[in-house]
Ligand binder design. Sequence first.
Ligand SMILES: *Cc1c(COP(=O)(O)O)cnc(C)c1O
Length: 483
Amino acid sequence: MVKYISNTGGGDPVDFETAILDGFAEDGGLYVPESLPKITNEHLSKWKDLDYVSLAFEILSLFIDRTVISETDLKKILQTAYGSFEKKEIIPLHPLKSRKDTYIMELFHGPTLSFKDVGQAFLVNLVNFFLQRKNKHLTLVVATTGDTGPAAAFFAAGKSNLDTWVLYPKGLITEEQERQMTTLQQANIHPVSVSNCPDGADDLDAVIGKLYANIPFKRKLNLSSVNSINWGRVMMQTVHYFYGYLQVVDVVGEHINVSVPSGAFGNLCAGTLAREMGLPVKYYIAGNNINSCLHRIFSEGRFTKKELYETASSAIDILIPLNFWRFLFFKANKDPIKIKQWIDTFNKTGSVKFDNETFESYKKGILSNSATDKEVLSIINEIYKNEGYLLDPHTAVSVQAADVLKESIGNEKLICLATAHPSKFPEVIKNALNTNILPDEAVHKSIEKAKKHCEKKYTCDYTNLEEALSHAMETNWDLNKGK
Ligand SMILES: *Cc1c(COP(=O)(O)O)cnc(C)c1O
């Protein structure tokens, strides 16, 4: 049975269930599997015609022991999770006409219209399955740049073993994203609008870290998280790389390139693990906006925190791509001592310069780019005008990056990940298309429906968030303890 260890070396190895339910490792590190399953071209050939859910079953079965979840239960969890998606393919691929051998992988057909649904659908249902089996209750806390929150809230809504607190930086997410959280009426969902966050959602993550560090509080409320550091999300997100690969290749074994709009690096970390497992990907592209921490990491060998810029692709306005440390663990000889030293240096000084050997090792097969809003808007406009296909601003970041790096990546087939439906970003779309009237492609019925419902939320200021939030959480817990 595969054990999970902290990428910073603290604590004892734990089993899969503990890694999922704890979120963070005991020493504050990220859980990584002691070893990754390997797949061959024979696996890939066998899987070639599977639908998304059947493929997910095959891949997850490499990670999850049958004694932990039976075959029947795993199938049931997957069917429940993806039953709420609006397309039968779950994540369809759309070929672009204006670019040769280029496919947009639409990861936004889940109930809250972003790629976060893909991971959360499975993770929240998995957590719920474990809790029901143990007859336990858990309090989830997540911070969001706009998409994780709605997805976590949607899948947790009405599940009696879960209370879910979703923190978002007021004014830094769109009204559409906010209403996806605040119009859920189920009593176990608690959206918290936080004003005056100087560093956006990164600030909220820091406060969640402090709540975790308060051990009596953490124990009393059974705190956990389904944010992008939870292993369950990363593991689930490996599946769409396999799925996309099998959809576009003519011959199993041929290499492809994949471009990923990146913030916390959870999505792309999963991609690199899929490659580590044996998926033939030549280059991954990390697409940043001008909050370009990842671009600095991959082009300069430097992990540096800078000030936050508000951009058109707000869901990737992230200063600290936490999952990079998980990825680096696999690239730095699985040496937790080194990872811990780098993280400590970063926490002390706000910057780490990696040695040459490490830099060479982790950047192999990964290119990066940083797109300005002007470039993002112009690509949305171009593709809509030319072929009537509307990109959301994050998807535009991935297409833009691939355009810029075209020469370096070569002529292999290219998949650009589409991570949100344009209806979540109507103002950006209007801007990009120079119009006040949204085209049909930027309207979605679920977004329209949310406009008609009442909102329910807490409001807090960042300056006293830790105290106010722990008070609200504890009061809610005490009131409902009998459940
Ligand atoms: C979260 C998100 C991303 C970035 O994913 P990471 O795993 O944080 O890198 C990209 N686009 C959209 C729309 C998102 O919501």
